[in-house]
Design a protein around this ligand. Sequence first.
Ligand code: SF4
Length: 489
Amino acid sequence: VASSLSKSRYIVGLQCAKRLWWTVNEPDAPELTVDTNAVALNRGRQVGELARQHVPGGVLIDLPTWELDARVGTTAQALADGASVVYEASFKAGGGFASVDILERGRHGFSLIEVKSTLDVKIEHLPDVALQAHVLTSAGLDVRHIEVMHLNRECRHPDLSNLFVRERVTADVLSLLPEIPAKLSELHQALDGPLPVVEPGPHCDAPYACPFKGRCWPEQAEHHVSTLYRIRAKKVAKLVAAGVETILDLPEEFKASSTARRQVQSVREGRVIVEPGLGKALAKIKEAIAFLDFETIIPAVPAWPGCGPYNQVPVQLSCHVLEGGALQHHEWLADGPGDPRELFAGALIAACEGAETIVAYNASFEVQRIDALVERFPDLGRTLKKIRKRVIDLLPIMRDHVYHPAFNGSFGLKSVLPALVPGLGYEDLEVKDGGTASALLEALLLGGETIPAAERPEVRRKLLAYCERDTMAMVRLYERLLALAAANG
Ligand code: SF4
């Protein structure tokens, strides 16, 4: 067992001693195989490097993380040589080990600066910074100021001079220091003993989702009450405490929204429930119908004019146009790091041309992106607004009229598709969800060499296949809804 706890292990231990125990004693546990999210790594690296440019002229402790002693020694040497700023300054003292993103020497002591890729200081940042402050003060450093340096939501490309905000958290962090030595020794003791006994509870998801939930949480029964549409965690806890485990056990007088009531009925009767108004709701959708889906990226560091940190930018679309039983497919995917928005808007206009109705699933997502394009390109405003006006959202039509027992309380495309259109899923694709698509798109367009040039055509193919599946799914769902409406008169 290590004699010094690193910052990340301390944070894990604060959440749960059992999680820490498994993390340290089973480093090869399958739960700990980090999915190599190149984008997240790249993002952290990019933000870290830009942060250093905002506090320039420092010495970087450029040694591998596992060479603890060498890092500590090089840091001590840099400080002895009078460095005014040290990046990745490393210390080992007081039972802990910490690398400080930026250590700045002032006239009266040091400023400890922790860089975060967030838009605010978050409560969970404080124990993390507190451990660093504890290690530094234990090492004899005079730490006067403690700061979190985070991204600034007011910043707009191309002016990145105000990309960061430096926020002082000295008082908040100092108030946490007294409890750290006891906590550290408690965690060291826990690590020296057998697996700690910790009951699973809300702490398993706060502030971070624990990877070991599969070991601690019992498998949920089918139609568990937690799958009831939009039920709150508190209500679930109350029901479970009263012995109500599944939707089938709910008492007759249980109060629920009309959607949840439809779910209960569907689960009890083991069949699809279709409301009589479905046909009327679908009648608003008129041919030619463009089934539309966007994929977006959300870069931490703004890349294009007018964008701020984490602005969502559409970079890919798929559109299936249905008319007279025939389907036509349009698709567009940005290429390279240039601003994709105007070309995207052009591709959108071309794809929707001649469509009477534009169908999206959870359409507010597409509508918001179109609104942003209108703002950005006033010349295209009229045409884009016409597109926006013709958008109909298929999700509320589904939610208000149809329930299949296999929806499990969710109306997301990925939940309703396998239930209503068996055989058409995402399993045969390499990119199976929007999060993966967004990460790959960001790597492809802004990640430099994150994806080598030779692999890019293949990545593009996978992304195109994924987005195409989303709109094909909508076409098949729409057809299935028409059939359900016809069968239910
Ligand atoms: S699932 Fe909960 S109880 Fe189990 S190790 Fe994780 S945080 Fe601890």
